[in-house]
Each structure stands twice: as C-alpha cells, then as structure tokens.
Write a protein that binds this ligand. Structure first.
Ligand code: TRP
Length: 358
C-alpha cells in the first residue's frame, strides 16, 4: 500500500510506534489511545481533506508528538490531541471529549478532582475559539500513561478569559497565583493573554495545574521577566535559550513565545516551575536549520542528539530543507535544581506547515 492510500490512523500509528521504540516505551497503551482519540478521523484516507480544522498542528492534523528530556535522565513521549466528534463541531467535539474522559477513567482510574472543581466554568454548548478542551497523553518507560486536559480559557470569548482563569485558580486553592502571573507575565496590555489552562488527571504529588500565557510580539527580556515569578531558578537561561534557537530575533513577531507556570501540591501563590515555548518553525528558513539548533540545545542539556535524528526519521523521509514545521516548538523547563527540554514534532499528515510566501 502506498502512502497515498494510507489512512490518518495508519500513518500516525506508524509514527508513534517508531517514536515509542526510540524512547524505549511499550507501544500498546500509546497505540490504543491514539486510536481512541482519532475516532472517526482515523479511518479517513489521507487523500481526503481533514475531518476538522484542528489547531493542534498547522495542517489540521489533530495530533502532535513531543519528546521530553529531564536533567535527571527522565524521558517521556507525549501526544497532544483533539478529540473529534463523528459530526465535528465546537460543541460536538467537547461532548465527545468528555465521553472519552468517562471511558478513560473506567480504564485507568483517573484523578478527576481538579477538573471537576473547575469544569462548570469551561462548558458550553457552542464554545468559541479554536478549541475547547484538548488532551495530552504522557508515556514513560516504566509507568502507566498519564493524562492532562488543556482548556481554552477564551472558549466563552477572549474578553472573559482572565476572569475565568482567576476563578478557576481560586477554586483550586491557588489564592494569589493569578496576581503573581499577572505581575510577571500579563504586563503588556493587549499583547499578553492567557493561552491554555491545564489540569493533570493523575494522583502523584507532582500532579499539577498549569497556566499558559501567550506573549504576542515579545522579546527575550519579556520572557525573562515572566520567568522571575519562580524563585530559585536562573531566569537568564531563558534569554540564552532564545539566543541559541533564534539568534537574530529581537522581537518574536511570528507565532508567539508562550510561558507556562506549574503549581504542584503545596504551591499557593508561587508556581514551582516555569517553561518557555518557542515556535521555532517561524524563525528558521527550514527544518535543517531547526535541527541544527535543536542539536545544540540537546547537547547543552546532556541529551544524545542522535535521538533527535532518529525521531525525525521516525516521522518522515522528506528532505529537511523542503519546509519548516517538522520541529514545531522547543521548550525549556525550569524548577529549582532541575531543568529540561522538550521537542515538539509534527506528523505532517496533511502536508505540514503551509510554506511561507517568498
Ligand atoms: N498549534 C498551536 C500553536 O502552535 C497549539 C500548540 C500545539 C502549541 N503545541 C504547542 C502551543 C506547544 C504552544 C506550545 O500555537
């Protein structure tokens, strides 16, 4: 069977199976969960248009892969995914997302306490914006899959996003958290926005609540200021990260820099983790350059860059020079005494990032 006849499920399962092998992860849960989340989109031949214009990836593929590396040697493989209904639409997709949650809970015994505490704030029959809820599946070499729900705080309209996030944080006992984030990350009126609100669905003490902030037209110093919300980390590393990945960029005017803060058990107004996400695909001529810079980043973090090349080969055999976007984002994660980096990889099932006009 040629690639042209393959379905979305076939292509993405092959990609995920390859990535599992590289990361030393048992493929069974990942492959089954991928099938669950793709649902009606899975059996569609790739020659047919996407079932729904998902914003998970630039080409409407409803999944995105990522490989996460920690300074303590830990590795995880993750899948960000949007659940689509049989007849997709904003409201129907959210209903399908919540139905899947019920069956995942039955199978894996999730901790839904955090989500239950806030979900009434984030329900709608006809949500606005590019999505309402997304999933992340997180796989490690020797652990059960973990789950996260990403919520679009603008699903009732961008003008309500801040107030909703503030209420949600308060309900989760994170009093003062909003103020901390506002003071450090939401300082540029009209340019900084709450991007995603995420809750972990597992029981570990590191399970957390995460708030993402989008920084339109921001520079590295804006990210450094955002990082200073977390005590005990070296915020200047954020500027080094930007300089390593996009040395010529003073203001990120393409796809925006994004900050995130994690609150774990015991945190109240002070997050214990800061991450910066850099959408490298908008700041390189093509993926060969993105790869070179990612190699440098991985070496800097003590990660064998061969893993990157194997991961890229696991996804595609297209020449890296042909387009950008196979490496979609890179992130730097910092908490006191610990750093990490994550490489976000596109499936390119529907052709990848549209080429920029010359
Ligand atoms: N595709 C969207 C974007 O690029 C959402 C997204 C997917 C994203 N993965 C991400 C955003 C990682 C930030 C970081 O904005």
């Amino acid at each position: 069977m040629g690639v042209a006849d393959a379905t979305l499920a076939e292509l993405t399962s092959d990609q995920l199976r390859n990535l599992c092998e590289i990361a030393g992860i048992d493929e069974r849960d990942p492959i089954r969960l991928l099938g669950d989340i793709l649902g009606p989109a899975g059996p569609r031949p790739l020659a047919e248009p996407p079932l729904w214009p998902s914003d998970v990836a630039d080409d409407a593929t409803p999944v995105e892969f990522s490989m996460q590396f920690e300074s303590d040697g830990n590795r995880h493989l993750r899948v960000l995914a949007e659940k689509l209904a049989d007849e997709p639409g904003p409201g129907a997709n959210l209903r399908a997302t919540r139905e899947l949650l019920t069956s995942l809970d039955a199978r894996y015994g999730l901790n839904l306490d955090r989500l239950r505490a806030v979900e009434d704030l984030f329900l709608a029959d006809d949500p606005q914006g590019k999505f309402a809820w997304w999933y992340s599946f997180i796989f490690g070499p020797d652990s059960m899959p973990k789950f996260k729900i990403y919520i679009n705080p603008a699903m009732h309209g961008a003008e309500h996003a801040s107030a909703l996030v503030e209420r949600a944080l308060g309900r989760l006992g994170l009093d003062g958290a909003w103020q901390t984030i506002r003071d450090h990350a939401l300082t540029r009126d009209g340019f900084d926005h709450p991007g995603f609100f995420a809750v972990d669905l597992d029981r570990g003490p590191q399970a957390r609540v995460k708030l993402y902030v989008t920084h339109d037209a921001a520079g590295p110093d804006d990210a450094v200021r955002a990082a200073r919300a977390v005590p005990g980390i070296d915020a200047d590393r954020v500027a080094e990260f930007c300089a390593m990945l996009s040395p010529e960029t003073e203001v990120f005017r393409g796809r925006p820099l994004v900050s995130s803060y994690s609150f774990v058990d015991g945190d109240q107004e002070t997050p214990s983790n800061y991450s910066l996400y850099l959408p490298i695909r908008d700041y390189v001529p093509h993926d060969a350059v993105a790869r070179e810079r990612t190699v440098r980043l991985l070496k800097d973090h003590g990660v064998d860059p061969d893993l990157l090349d194997r991961a890229l080969t696991a996804l595609t055999d297209r020449p890296l020079e042909d387009n950008t976007g196979l490496i979609a984002h890179l992130s730097l994660r910092m908490s006191p005494g610990k750093t990490g980096t994550t490489v976000y990889l596109s499936s390119e099932a529907y052709g990848g990032t549209p080429q920029r006009a010359a």
